[in-house]
Design a protein around this ligand. Structure first.
Ligand SMILES: [Zn+2]
Length: 101
């Protein structure tokens, strides 16, 4: 079962200005009663602080790609490469636990 802990969204206001936003599920990120370690972004996390960091790193890559003007800032090959090179992420997920695809 996968729980979505982070999300990157871009919304346009009434004036047509785009606003990027990283949303985190704080209750999920604060949970301490997981069976440890939890796998996040393909890495073993042993406490909520490292889970939060992995999720934040992941969402920051979405932001970076968007900021760079890349048309598709989703889970593309460019995303995968950046996640690996910058943060050592071994998989591309938003969730805590099992792969969401
Ligand atoms: Zn993502």
């Amino acid at each position: 079962m996968t729980r979505c802990a982070g999300l990157f969204v871009v919304e346009r206001d009434a004036r047509g200005t785009w606003h990027p936003e990283i949303r985190l599920s704080i209750p999920l990120l604060r949970r301490r009663d997981w069976p440890w370690p939890q796998v996040v972004c393909g890495l073993n996390c042993h406490d909520p602080e490292s889970i939060q960091q992995r999720i934040l790193e992941h969402e920051l890559i979405h932001y970076k790609l968007w900021k760079d003007g890349v048309k598709d800032w989703g889970h593309t090959e460019a995303f995968r490469v950046t996640a690996w090179e910058r943060f050592g992420h071994q998989s591309v997920t938003h969730g805590i636990g099992v792969e969401e695809g």
